[in-house]
Design a protein around this ligand. Structure first.
Ligand SMILES: [Zn+2]
Length: 453
């Protein structure tokens, strides 16, 4: 292995990596037409496959029994003057998000385009072994992406501090950010090593195997998040409010689910906003209430939140959401494969340093393509999320039978979380994981009208 650097230098001189030095303005000139046609055909198959998968899951894995409602009129439920500060705060966040959304993809594209500069060093460091090169690439890309995004993340943090919604000190915040980077780097190292080995060994089918790896990863992270990830960022303890516990058991009984795992976290150490969530699958599943929710909201509204979370459990939304991701990974990776083939052809990569360099080049292009596809599919993911949230709202109302508490809850959440009840259409399209407060209030009103009849 020690002699790799020598052969590497010699092979380089022989021009094996000429694609790197080709004029950038005519990127596909060196490629024969055949791979380009093949890439176009594969991309078409991927697009058709993705469309078919979305249609199938829209049919089989969608919310059921949710009436469509128009948003409630703003001035019926909110004082526009009291929303001025909220709008200021959110406008700042949206602006930063608009800059931040394309940032990761642009970073990955930049890293791939500058490949000629860093690939020889990585190949040498990895002694020409694809798996080692994949690890170095994964960790490196995580680090670069983190550093590029850091100023914006600090901007978001300071903005939240200024408006008093973020309560965490800078040191603790930075520590959390570093932990996030650590997790990211470990995941990227595993995926990078796996992808590099598959690209080297299975030049025609690595995308399919990689789709399997990604699918397994999605289910595994849904399963293990409550045990491995969440404890790194928060402390939880069992809910110790006997009255609320009894109500939760009653709601859970109505939903036909087990609710012995309701916890309270220490969110107040980080924020004044109130929230709750359900995560995990099977035995790892738990419902977590923010301590700010218990502190700042009356019991009937907390009960409403719990009913909503129990509805997520009853309708298996964590599992269904994971399935959307796992299924769409197949056409997604096929499209990535088509992009990689378009840039580098479909030939086997060969042994030694030259082969490792080609694997690395393909890996960098794959990462960039995956980042672009991931960014562009954000609206799709949020569209699915909103459907499940709407279903949980609807079912939560049936479980709690308390639309008045639901309406007061959404008014309180807007106030406490500096929310905007009527975000602009573009914001809802790109970032809306939940229906707007006015839509949620309209749903409660409709439930009230139907049950009163
Ligand atoms: Zn929800």
């Amino acid at each position: 292995m020690g002699g790799v650097a020598g052969p590497f230098g010699r092979r380089r001189a022989e021009g094996y990596d000429r694609p790197v030095r080709r004029p950038r303005l005519r990127p596909t000139r060196w490629l024969p037409a055949e791979p380009r046609r093949r890439s176009a055909a594969l991309a078409a198959v991927a697009a058709l496959g993705a469309g078919g998968a979305v249609a199938l899951m829209r049919w089989r894995l969608w919310s059921a029994g949710v009436p469509s409602v128009d948003p409630a009129p703003l001035t019926d439920w909110f004082d526009p003057a009291e929303l001025t500060r909220n709008r200021e705060y959110r406008r700042g966040l949206w602006t930063m998000a608009a800059v931040g959304v394309p940032l990761a993809a642009l970073t990955a594209i930049g890293v791939a385009l500058l490949g000629g500069r860093w690939r020889p060093g990585v190949v040498r460091l990895a002694h020409g072994r694809p798996w080692a090169a994949g690890i170095i690439f994964g960790v490196g890309l995580s680090l670069v992406t983190f550093l590029v995004g850091l100023p914006l993340a600090i901007g978001r943090y300071s903005w939240g501090r200024e408006y008093g919604i973020v309560t965490q000190g800078f040191g603790a915040w930075l520590l959390d950010a570093a932990k996030g980077l650590g997790i990211q780097a470990v995941i990227a190292a595993i995926l990078g090593a796996g992808a590099a080995v598959l690209i080297a060994r299975a030049p025609r089918l690595w995308w399919l195997a990689m789709a399997g790896v990604v699918a397994a990863f999605i289910y595994l992270s849904s399963l293990l998040s409550p045990v491995l990830i969440e404890p790194l960022f928060q402390r939880t303890e069992p809910l110790r409010d006997p009255a609320l516990s009894a109500q939760i058991l009653d709601l859970a009984h109505r939903a036909g689910v087990e609710a012995d795992d309701v916890k309270v976290n220490d969110a107040s150490a980080r924020t004044t906003a109130a929230n709750a969530y359900v995560s995990g699958l099977g035995d790892s599943r738990h419902i977590v209430l923010f301590d700010t929710l218990l502190r700042d909201f009356p019991p009937d509204q907390v009960r409403m939140v719990v009913a909503h979370e129990l509805a997520h459990v009853e309708r298996r939304h964590v599992l269904q959401g994971s399935t959307w991701g796992a299924v769409l990974a197949v056409p997604g990776l096929l499209l990535v494969f088509a992009v990689v083939g378009w840039r580098t052809g479909y030939a086997k990569s060969g042994p030694g340093a030259a082969g490792c360099d080609l694997v690395l080049r393909r890996l960098a292009i794959a990462a960039a393509a995956a980042a672009v596809i991931g960014t562009l599919s954000t609206p799709l993911a949020n569209w699915v999320s909103r459907a499940y949230e709407r279903e949980a709202d609807c079912r939560g109302l049936q479980l709690s039978r308390d639309p008045a508490a639901d309406i007061a809850l959404h008014q309180g959440l807007v106030q406490r979380s500096l929310g905007v009840p009527d975000p602009p259409a573009a914001v809802r399209f790109w970032f809306g994981t939940h229906p707007s407060a006015l839509e949620r209030i309209a749903l409660a009103l409709r439930y009230r009208d139907e049950t009163e009849r």
